[in-house]
Design a protein around this ligand. Structure first.
Ligand SMILES: [Zn+2]
Length: 349
Protein backbone atom coordinates (compact mmCIF):
# COMPACT_ATOMS: atom_id res chain seq x y z
CA UNK A 1 0.00 0.00 0.00
CA UNK A 2 1.30 3.45 -0.88
CA UNK A 3 0.64 6.32 1.44
CA UNK A 4 1.65 9.77 0.45
CA UNK A 5 2.69 12.64 2.61
CA UNK A 6 -0.77 14.25 2.46
CA UNK A 7 -2.44 11.14 3.84
CA UNK A 8 -0.11 11.09 6.81
CA UNK A 9 -0.83 14.72 7.54
CA UNK A 10 -4.57 14.20 7.31
CA UNK A 11 -4.32 11.34 9.82
CA UNK A 12 -2.52 13.44 12.39
CA UNK A 13 -5.06 16.24 12.05
CA UNK A 14 -7.94 13.84 12.51
CA UNK A 15 -6.34 12.50 15.65
CA UNK A 16 -6.04 16.01 16.99
CA UNK A 17 -9.64 16.80 16.18
CA UNK A 18 -10.75 13.82 18.28
CA UNK A 19 -8.89 15.13 21.31
CA UNK A 20 -10.38 18.56 20.88
CA UNK A 21 -13.88 17.17 20.50
CA UNK A 22 -13.66 14.64 23.29
CA UNK A 23 -12.60 16.84 26.16
CA UNK A 24 -13.19 20.39 27.15
CA UNK A 25 -10.51 22.84 26.18
CA UNK A 26 -9.72 23.41 29.86
CA UNK A 27 -8.75 19.78 30.31
CA UNK A 28 -6.92 19.77 27.04
CA UNK A 29 -4.60 22.43 28.38
CA UNK A 30 -3.09 19.94 30.81
CA UNK A 31 -2.33 17.72 27.84
CA UNK A 32 -0.91 20.59 25.92
CA UNK A 33 2.78 19.86 26.63
CA UNK A 34 2.30 16.30 25.31
CA UNK A 35 0.51 17.61 22.29
CA UNK A 36 3.43 19.90 21.52
CA UNK A 37 5.87 17.04 21.63
CA UNK A 38 3.54 14.99 19.43
CA UNK A 39 3.91 17.56 16.70
CA UNK A 40 5.26 15.35 13.93
CA UNK A 41 5.74 17.59 10.93
CA UNK A 42 6.56 16.01 7.61
CA UNK A 43 9.37 13.43 7.87
CA UNK A 44 12.16 14.39 5.52
CA UNK A 45 10.74 17.90 5.13
CA UNK A 46 10.30 19.26 8.65
CA UNK A 47 11.84 16.48 10.70
CA UNK A 48 14.71 14.10 9.92
CA UNK A 49 13.89 10.57 8.84
CA UNK A 50 15.13 8.00 11.35
CA UNK A 51 16.51 4.81 9.88
CA UNK A 52 18.27 1.67 11.04
CA UNK A 53 20.42 -0.86 9.27
CA UNK A 54 18.91 -4.30 8.72
CA UNK A 55 20.69 -7.38 7.46
CA UNK A 56 23.77 -6.87 5.30
CA UNK A 57 24.20 -10.22 3.58
CA UNK A 58 27.82 -11.34 3.88
CA UNK A 59 27.88 -12.29 0.19
CA UNK A 60 27.86 -8.62 -0.75
CA UNK A 61 31.28 -7.04 -1.27
CA UNK A 62 30.96 -4.67 1.73
CA UNK A 63 30.73 -5.61 5.38
CA UNK A 64 28.16 -4.09 7.73
CA UNK A 65 30.42 -1.31 8.89
CA UNK A 66 31.40 -0.24 5.38
CA UNK A 67 27.75 -0.45 4.32
CA UNK A 68 26.66 1.78 7.21
CA UNK A 69 29.33 4.36 6.34
CA UNK A 70 28.12 4.31 2.74
CA UNK A 71 24.53 5.05 3.82
CA UNK A 72 25.85 8.03 5.75
CA UNK A 73 27.78 9.19 2.68
CA UNK A 74 24.57 8.82 0.65
CA UNK A 75 22.62 10.94 3.18
CA UNK A 76 25.20 13.69 2.83
CA UNK A 77 24.53 13.92 -0.89
CA UNK A 78 21.09 15.36 0.00
CA UNK A 79 21.87 17.03 3.30
CA UNK A 80 24.89 19.10 2.28
CA UNK A 81 23.47 20.92 -0.74
CA UNK A 82 20.05 21.41 0.92
CA UNK A 83 21.62 22.51 4.22
CA UNK A 84 19.28 20.31 6.25
CA UNK A 85 19.59 17.36 8.58
CA UNK A 86 17.33 15.00 6.68
CA UNK A 87 18.32 11.57 7.99
CA UNK A 88 19.31 10.20 11.37
CA UNK A 89 20.83 6.80 12.04
CA UNK A 90 18.78 5.32 14.86
CA UNK A 91 19.05 1.61 15.76
CA UNK A 92 15.47 1.77 17.14
CA UNK A 93 13.91 3.24 13.99
CA UNK A 94 11.23 1.28 12.16
CA UNK A 95 12.42 2.45 8.74
CA UNK A 96 15.04 -0.13 7.77
CA UNK A 97 17.76 -0.16 5.12
CA UNK A 98 18.57 -3.72 4.22
CA UNK A 99 19.97 -6.05 1.53
CA UNK A 100 18.70 -9.05 -0.33
CA UNK A 101 21.17 -11.33 -2.08
CA UNK A 102 19.93 -13.01 -5.25
CA UNK A 103 20.79 -13.63 -8.91
CA UNK A 104 21.32 -9.93 -9.49
CA UNK A 105 24.43 -9.79 -7.30
CA UNK A 106 25.50 -13.26 -8.46
CA UNK A 107 25.32 -11.97 -12.02
CA UNK A 108 27.53 -9.06 -10.97
CA UNK A 109 30.21 -11.49 -9.79
CA UNK A 110 29.82 -13.70 -12.85
CA UNK A 111 30.06 -10.66 -15.10
CA UNK A 112 33.20 -9.54 -13.31
CA UNK A 113 34.74 -13.03 -13.70
CA UNK A 114 33.80 -13.15 -17.34
CA UNK A 115 35.31 -9.73 -17.93
CA UNK A 116 38.50 -10.88 -16.21
CA UNK A 117 38.63 -13.96 -18.44
CA UNK A 118 38.03 -11.93 -21.58
CA UNK A 119 40.70 -9.49 -20.49
CA UNK A 120 43.19 -12.29 -19.87
CA UNK A 121 42.27 -13.85 -23.19
CA UNK A 122 42.76 -10.58 -25.04
CA UNK A 123 46.21 -10.13 -23.59
CA UNK A 124 47.22 -13.75 -24.18
CA UNK A 125 45.72 -13.79 -27.68
CA UNK A 126 47.66 -10.70 -28.63
CA UNK A 127 50.94 -12.30 -27.52
CA UNK A 128 50.07 -15.55 -29.28
CA UNK A 129 49.03 -13.79 -32.46
CA UNK A 130 52.29 -11.82 -32.49
CA UNK A 131 54.27 -15.01 -31.87
CA UNK A 132 52.31 -16.79 -34.59
CA UNK A 133 52.94 -14.01 -37.11
CA UNK A 134 56.67 -13.86 -36.31
CA UNK A 135 57.10 -17.64 -36.45
CA UNK A 136 55.03 -18.01 -39.57
CA UNK A 137 56.90 -15.37 -41.54
CA UNK A 138 60.25 -16.84 -40.39
CA UNK A 139 59.00 -20.23 -41.56
CA UNK A 140 57.85 -18.83 -44.90
CA UNK A 141 61.16 -17.07 -45.44
CA UNK A 142 63.00 -20.32 -44.64
CA UNK A 143 60.74 -22.29 -46.93
CA UNK A 144 61.32 -19.91 -49.82
CA UNK A 145 65.09 -19.98 -49.30
CA UNK A 146 65.01 -23.76 -49.17
CA UNK A 147 63.03 -24.19 -52.36
CA UNK A 148 65.44 -21.83 -54.10
CA UNK A 149 68.32 -23.89 -52.77
CA UNK A 150 66.62 -27.12 -53.90
CA UNK A 151 66.11 -25.79 -57.40
CA UNK A 152 69.81 -24.92 -57.59
CA UNK A 153 70.73 -28.32 -56.21
CA UNK A 154 68.55 -30.08 -58.79
CA UNK A 155 70.08 -28.10 -61.63
CA UNK A 156 73.62 -28.80 -60.31
CA UNK A 157 72.71 -32.47 -59.99
CA UNK A 158 71.32 -32.50 -63.52
CA UNK A 159 74.55 -30.93 -64.85
CA UNK A 160 76.66 -33.44 -62.89
CA UNK A 161 74.65 -36.40 -64.24
CA UNK A 162 75.00 -35.02 -67.75
CA UNK A 163 78.77 -34.69 -67.28
CA UNK A 164 78.94 -38.28 -65.98
CA UNK A 165 76.86 -39.56 -68.96
CA UNK A 166 79.01 -37.62 -71.39
CA UNK A 167 82.22 -39.03 -69.86
CA UNK A 168 80.82 -42.59 -69.95
CA UNK A 169 79.69 -42.15 -73.56
CA UNK A 170 83.16 -41.06 -74.62
CA UNK A 171 84.70 -44.22 -73.15
CA UNK A 172 85.38 -43.03 -69.61
CA UNK A 173 86.71 -39.97 -67.88
CA UNK A 174 90.33 -38.89 -67.76
CA UNK A 175 91.95 -38.86 -64.35
CA UNK A 176 91.60 -35.12 -64.23
CA UNK A 177 87.95 -35.26 -65.29
CA UNK A 178 87.29 -37.99 -62.77
CA UNK A 179 88.81 -35.92 -59.93
CA UNK A 180 86.69 -32.93 -60.94
CA UNK A 181 83.48 -35.03 -61.13
CA UNK A 182 84.27 -36.62 -57.79
CA UNK A 183 84.75 -33.18 -56.25
CA UNK A 184 81.36 -32.10 -57.63
CA UNK A 185 79.74 -35.30 -56.39
CA UNK A 186 81.02 -34.72 -52.85
CA UNK A 187 79.83 -31.11 -52.95
CA UNK A 188 76.41 -32.28 -54.11
CA UNK A 189 76.27 -34.89 -51.37
CA UNK A 190 77.15 -32.27 -48.78
CA UNK A 191 74.46 -29.95 -50.15
CA UNK A 192 71.93 -32.80 -50.08
CA UNK A 193 72.68 -33.40 -46.38
CA UNK A 194 72.39 -29.66 -45.64
CA UNK A 195 69.08 -29.46 -47.50
CA UNK A 196 67.72 -32.43 -45.55
CA UNK A 197 68.80 -30.80 -42.30
CA UNK A 198 67.21 -27.48 -43.25
CA UNK A 199 64.06 -29.28 -44.32
CA UNK A 200 63.92 -30.99 -40.93
CA UNK A 201 64.42 -27.65 -39.16
CA UNK A 202 61.60 -26.11 -41.18
CA UNK A 203 59.39 -29.10 -40.37
CA UNK A 204 59.91 -28.40 -36.66
CA UNK A 205 59.21 -24.72 -37.26
CA UNK A 206 55.94 -25.59 -39.01
CA UNK A 207 55.01 -27.73 -36.00
CA UNK A 208 55.71 -24.78 -33.71
CA UNK A 209 53.63 -22.44 -35.90
CA UNK A 210 50.75 -24.92 -35.82
CA UNK A 211 51.03 -25.45 -32.06
CA UNK A 212 50.83 -21.69 -31.53
CA UNK A 213 47.74 -21.51 -33.74
CA UNK A 214 46.16 -24.42 -31.87
CA UNK A 215 46.84 -22.76 -28.51
CA UNK A 216 45.19 -19.57 -29.74
CA UNK A 217 42.24 -21.51 -31.15
CA UNK A 218 41.70 -23.47 -27.96
CA UNK A 219 41.81 -20.29 -25.85
CA UNK A 220 39.33 -18.68 -28.23
CA UNK A 221 37.03 -21.70 -27.97
CA UNK A 222 37.27 -21.63 -24.17
CA UNK A 223 36.35 -17.97 -23.84
CA UNK A 224 33.59 -18.46 -26.40
CA UNK A 225 32.09 -21.27 -24.33
CA UNK A 226 32.28 -19.02 -21.24
CA UNK A 227 30.35 -16.35 -23.13
CA UNK A 228 27.73 -18.82 -24.31
CA UNK A 229 27.32 -20.20 -20.80
CA UNK A 230 26.91 -16.69 -19.38
CA UNK A 231 24.39 -15.77 -22.05
CA UNK A 232 22.46 -19.01 -21.45
CA UNK A 233 22.36 -18.26 -17.73
CA UNK A 234 21.46 -14.58 -17.82
CA UNK A 235 20.07 -13.95 -21.30
CA UNK A 236 20.32 -10.64 -23.08
CA UNK A 237 21.53 -7.75 -20.92
CA UNK A 238 18.55 -5.86 -19.56
CA UNK A 239 17.84 -3.30 -16.88
CA UNK A 240 17.07 -4.61 -13.40
CA UNK A 241 16.10 -3.15 -10.05
CA UNK A 242 19.15 -2.33 -7.92
CA UNK A 243 17.29 -0.90 -4.97
CA UNK A 244 13.71 -0.56 -3.85
CA UNK A 245 12.00 1.88 -1.50
CA UNK A 246 8.78 0.81 0.13
CA UNK A 247 6.53 3.55 1.38
CA UNK A 248 5.57 4.95 3.75
CA UNK A 249 9.05 4.92 5.27
CA UNK A 250 8.98 1.13 5.56
CA UNK A 251 12.22 -0.01 3.98
CA UNK A 252 14.94 0.35 1.40
CA UNK A 253 16.21 -2.94 0.01
CA UNK A 254 19.45 -3.09 -1.96
CA UNK A 255 19.78 -5.98 -4.41
CA UNK A 256 22.89 -5.20 -6.38
CA UNK A 257 26.00 -3.04 -6.39
CA UNK A 258 29.57 -3.18 -7.64
CA UNK A 259 31.27 -1.27 -4.85
CA UNK A 260 31.02 1.65 -2.44
CA UNK A 261 30.49 4.40 -5.02
CA UNK A 262 27.87 2.47 -6.88
CA UNK A 263 26.06 1.62 -3.62
CA UNK A 264 26.15 5.27 -2.56
CA UNK A 265 24.27 6.27 -5.71
CA UNK A 266 21.65 3.54 -5.33
CA UNK A 267 21.10 4.53 -1.70
CA UNK A 268 20.95 8.25 -2.50
CA UNK A 269 18.30 7.51 -5.12
CA UNK A 270 16.18 5.44 -2.74
CA UNK A 271 16.65 8.00 0.05
CA UNK A 272 15.26 10.53 -2.42
CA UNK A 273 12.10 8.45 -2.64
CA UNK A 274 12.03 8.29 1.17
CA UNK A 275 12.11 12.10 1.17
CA UNK A 276 8.80 11.98 -0.67
CA UNK A 277 10.00 12.25 -4.25
CA UNK A 278 7.66 9.85 -5.98
CA UNK A 279 8.33 10.65 -9.62
CA UNK A 280 11.68 10.19 -11.30
CA UNK A 281 13.46 13.18 -12.79
CA UNK A 282 13.04 12.80 -16.56
CA UNK A 283 15.47 13.65 -19.37
CA UNK A 284 18.51 14.09 -17.15
CA UNK A 285 20.67 11.00 -16.91
CA UNK A 286 22.97 12.75 -14.45
CA UNK A 287 20.18 13.32 -11.89
CA UNK A 288 20.19 11.28 -8.71
CA UNK A 289 16.46 10.74 -9.21
CA UNK A 290 16.76 9.69 -12.86
CA UNK A 291 15.15 6.25 -13.17
CA UNK A 292 18.31 4.54 -14.39
CA UNK A 293 21.72 4.36 -12.79
CA UNK A 294 24.73 4.83 -15.02
CA UNK A 295 24.68 8.43 -16.20
CA UNK A 296 25.48 9.89 -12.78
CA UNK A 297 29.01 10.83 -11.73
CA UNK A 298 30.09 7.77 -9.78
CA UNK A 299 33.03 9.34 -7.95
CA UNK A 300 31.75 12.88 -7.41
CA UNK A 301 27.98 12.65 -7.47
CA UNK A 302 25.90 15.74 -6.79
CA UNK A 303 22.27 16.79 -6.94
CA UNK A 304 21.17 18.34 -10.20
CA UNK A 305 18.69 21.17 -10.53
CA UNK A 306 16.09 18.53 -11.37
CA UNK A 307 16.77 16.72 -8.08
CA UNK A 308 16.50 19.91 -6.04
CA UNK A 309 13.32 20.86 -7.87
CA UNK A 310 11.87 17.40 -7.12
CA UNK A 311 12.75 17.77 -3.43
CA UNK A 312 11.18 21.24 -3.23
CA UNK A 313 8.06 19.91 -4.95
CA UNK A 314 7.85 17.09 -2.41
CA UNK A 315 8.46 19.44 0.51
CA UNK A 316 6.73 22.74 -0.33
CA UNK A 317 6.80 25.44 2.32
CA UNK A 318 3.47 24.93 4.11
CA UNK A 319 1.21 27.76 5.20
CA UNK A 320 0.68 27.62 8.97
CA UNK A 321 -1.97 25.00 9.69
CA UNK A 322 -4.89 25.50 12.05
CA UNK A 323 -3.14 23.17 14.44
CA UNK A 324 0.04 25.26 14.38
CA UNK A 325 -1.99 28.42 14.94
CA UNK A 326 -3.69 26.78 17.92
CA UNK A 327 -0.38 25.62 19.34
CA UNK A 328 1.02 29.12 18.93
CA UNK A 329 -2.11 30.55 20.62
CA UNK A 330 -1.71 28.14 23.54
CA UNK A 331 1.95 29.00 23.98
CA UNK A 332 1.68 32.75 23.55
CA UNK A 333 -1.52 33.42 25.54
CA UNK A 334 -1.18 33.83 29.33
CA UNK A 335 -3.11 31.14 31.20
CA UNK A 336 -5.60 33.64 32.63
CA UNK A 337 -6.55 34.91 29.18
CA UNK A 338 -7.14 31.56 27.49
CA UNK A 339 -10.66 31.03 26.22
CA UNK A 340 -12.20 28.02 24.49
CA UNK A 341 -13.82 30.23 21.83
CA UNK A 342 -10.52 31.86 20.94
CA UNK A 343 -8.82 28.45 20.86
CA UNK A 344 -11.42 27.01 18.51
CA UNK A 345 -11.23 30.13 16.37
CA UNK A 346 -7.45 29.85 16.24
CA UNK A 347 -7.69 26.22 15.29
CA UNK A 348 -10.19 26.80 12.48
CA UNK A 349 -8.09 29.71 11.24
ZN1 LIG B 1 13.42 5.25 -8.25
Amino acid sequence: MRMDRDTINRFSRLAFLCILGGVSIGTALFFAPDMFSLQDGRPGCDTPIHWRLGDVDSRFPLDRDAFLKTVIRAEALWEQPLGKNLFVYDPDASFVITTQYDDRQKMTYDTRNLEKKIDQYNRSAETLRDAYDTKRSAFERGQEALSHRMREFESDLFAYNADVSRANASGGASQEEYASLEKTRKKLEKEQTAINKESERLGKMAGDVNATAEKLNSQTASVQSNLIEYRRKYGEPQPFIQGLYESPLASITVYQFEGKDDLRLVLAHELGHALGIEEHVPDDQGAMMYAMMGGQDLENPSLTEGDIHAFNAACPAEPESGRDTLVRYLIETPLSELSPQAAIKAFRG
